[in-house]
Ligand binder design. Structure first.
Ligand code: ATP
Length: 559
């Protein structure tokens, strides 16, 4: 249960007053329900006894106004507090979940690619949606009702000090014991199916997303039927765990109801005993017996909720895995970010993992300010990895990377990224318009600036010919554009960003010779004055550069 406590603190710490208010409303609902039944029990018995006495010829006076007033009051407060409680508690929990999603995204965003590579996108999607959603159980069904039940039982025990302790105390003791035992049993039994359900749900979502993302390939290779069958199996597994969880939850609820009913039977037996001893009058018997029925309402939801805690705990463990992943450390005293200067590697060693091949083996590279260079090398030699290093997305195992003479380790990530532009090999286009995709780089850019960036990236003419121009929808991942167009749109985004240092990974990949030449002609003047490193297989297609380097077997040498 240790893993749950930090999350309880996190949740409670955000909206302590709202959560306290919600719990008190839960308590108010239970007090009203118990009060309603208790006063009804008293009133019904009193009127019944008065009727019998009247039939026997006795003269009886019974005040009907005060008890019926209380009955109306409790009936009213019960409905109102239940309504307000549902509204308030769900509102605060939805707000909490929204906050947690933003918090989770902020934890994931700075993770290094080698850490992020441990989690698949579909898995992260499941964590930020289903796992965070599972946390609603923690307050709504576990914390709130449990605290309300404890307070309710305490109030009942205190009330018993004045009224019929011989009945109230044993009844409360029985319910409190059941209130501890049943949830504890439920929590223990829910652990395994809860964790299995979380895993089955992730498998289902990952499989479904994979199937949709790779639909074209699956169709071409005739694997849609096999994929459908695999999805159906995963779905069946998911359903099985859901069924098990629902069944056990129902058993827990039944056990709680039975405990409550036994308490009522016990209350009848005890109340009759106390009545016969002359310590309780007839209406008092009705009051404690029906009051017990009301008190049992506090117990009923607990086992089911604690059973579901297994699912919540599994969600917490999965969220912790990401939240506790090591985030790159920001410098304690960040350096003033440079505005220009060379791009350098000094004695840099880097491998993606201790068992992976060495990408850079004690490498020095000096790119003077305002010059450009290409870095060539066979596929897999590590060119893109060098881009990751320069942008701080990966950290060297030893040595220093410097920007304008300042080691990257001394710069805040935000300061570095404000000055260094990167075109990655697999740049993501968002499901948005051409303009929307460009404005990721500069949200306030006007249309003239967008057209200028497109012209430099040799894409302006093609966009102008589209019926909707800049407002053309590019589709998910830019599917409505050709591969080459998508690449140039991504390049135009870097151009719009206007960085002093630029790293372009394969800017001409997928372009025919003519388009590549137009691109080189536009890009050349834009690169002038910037410090640029172009990673490429096709050095003849990129703009003229000041130096050419080659990366092989962990060394960078002049080409
Ligand atoms: N994010 C990553 N996590 C772990 N390993 C990675 C990562 N990116 C690249 N690698 C590994 O680093 C090695 C070099 O890959 P990289 O993409 O840097 O080479 P490249 O020279 O750019 O290749 P290409 O010319 O084919 O694009 C490969 O073995 C690859 O598996």
């Amino acid at each position: 249960m240790r893993e749950v406590l930090p999350w309880v603190r996190l949740l409670v710490g955000r909206y302590p007053l709202s959560l306290l208010g919600g719990t008190l409303l839960l308590l108010a609902t239970a007090v009203s329900a118990t009060g309603l039944l208790a006063t009804s029990g008293w009133f019904l018995t009193a009127t019944g006894l008065a009727g019998i006495a009247a039939a026997a010829g006795a003269v009886i006076t019974l005040d009907v106004y005060v008890p019926s007033g209380f009955i109306r009051l409790f009936a009213l407060t019960r409905v109102i507090s239940r309504y307000v409680e549902r509204l308030a508690n769900h509102a605060v929990v939805l707000r909490l979940l929204a906050d947690l999603r933003a918090w989770f995204f902020a934890r994931v965003a700075p993770l290094e690619p080698r850490v992020l590579a441990r989690f698949r996108s579909a898995d992260l999607l499941n964590r930020i949606t289903a796992d965070i959603e599972a946390l609603d159980n923690l307050y709504l069904r576990v914390l709130g009702p449990t605290v309300a039940a404890l307070l309710g039982f305490t109030i009942a025990a205190v009330a018993g000090t004045w009224y019929a302790p011989g009945v109230v105390w044993p009844v409360v003791a029985w319910m409190a014991a059941a209130g501890l035992l049943l949830p504890a049993l439920a929590a223990a039994r829910g652990r395994r199916p809860g964790a299995a359900l979380a895993e089955a749900q992730t498998r289902l979502r990952t499989r479904a997303l994979d199937a949709f993302a790779g639909l074209a390939e699956l169709r071409i290779f005739g694997r849609t039927e096999a994929t459908r069958a695999a999805l159906a199996d995963t779905e069946a597994d998911y359903r099985r765990w859901r069924h098990r969880l629902a069944l056990s939850e129902a058993l827990g609820a039944a056990a709680a109801t039975l405990t409550g009913q036994l308490a009522v039977v016990g209350a009848v037996a005890l109340a009759v005993g106390v009545f016969l001893a002359g310590d309780l009058d007839g209406p008092g018997v009705g009051l404690v017996v029906l009051g017990t029925l009301g008190l049992a309402e506090l117990l009923t939801p607990l086992p089911g909720a604690w059973f579901q805690l297994g699912r919540t705990r599994a969600a917490i463990r999965r969220l912790d895995e990401v939240a506790r992943a090591p985030t790159p450390k920001e410098p304690a005293e960040p350096a003033t970010p440079p505005e220009s200067g060379p791009l350098e590697l000094r004695g840099v060693r880097f491998a993606w993992s201790p068992t992976a091949p060495t990408i850079l083996d004690d490498v020095d590279l000096h790119l003077p300010a305002g010059t450009s260079a290409t870095l060539e090398g066979p596929s897999g030699s590590g060119k893109s990895s060098v881009a990751h290093l320069f942008t701080g997305l990966a950290r060297p195992d030893s040595g220093q990377i410097r920007l304008g003479g300042v080691p990257l380790a001394w710069l805040r990530a935000g300061d570095l990224h404000a000055r260094l532009g990167l075109l990655t090999q697999r740049t993501e286009l968002f499901a948005d318009t051409v303009a929307g995709n460009l404005r990721i780089a500069r949200p306030e850019a006007d249309e003239a600036a967008l057209w200028q960036a497109l012209a430099i990236a040799a894409l302006a003419d093609e966009v102008r010919e589209l019926p909707l121009g800049l407002d053309t929808w590019v589709g998910e991942g830019g599917v409505r554009l050709s591969g080459g167009q998508a690449r140039r749109l991504a390049l135009a985004r870097v151009v719009l960003y206007d960085p002093a240092w630029v790293i372009l990974d394969e800017p001409t990949a997928g372009l025919d010779a003519d388009t590549a030449a137009t691109l080189a002609a536009g890009l050349g003047p834009w690169l002038a004055g910037r410090t640029a490193l172009i990673l490429t297989h096709e050095p003849e297609q990129v703009p003229a550069v000041d130096a050419r380097y080659r990366l092989t077997y962990g060394r960078i040498e002049s080409a």
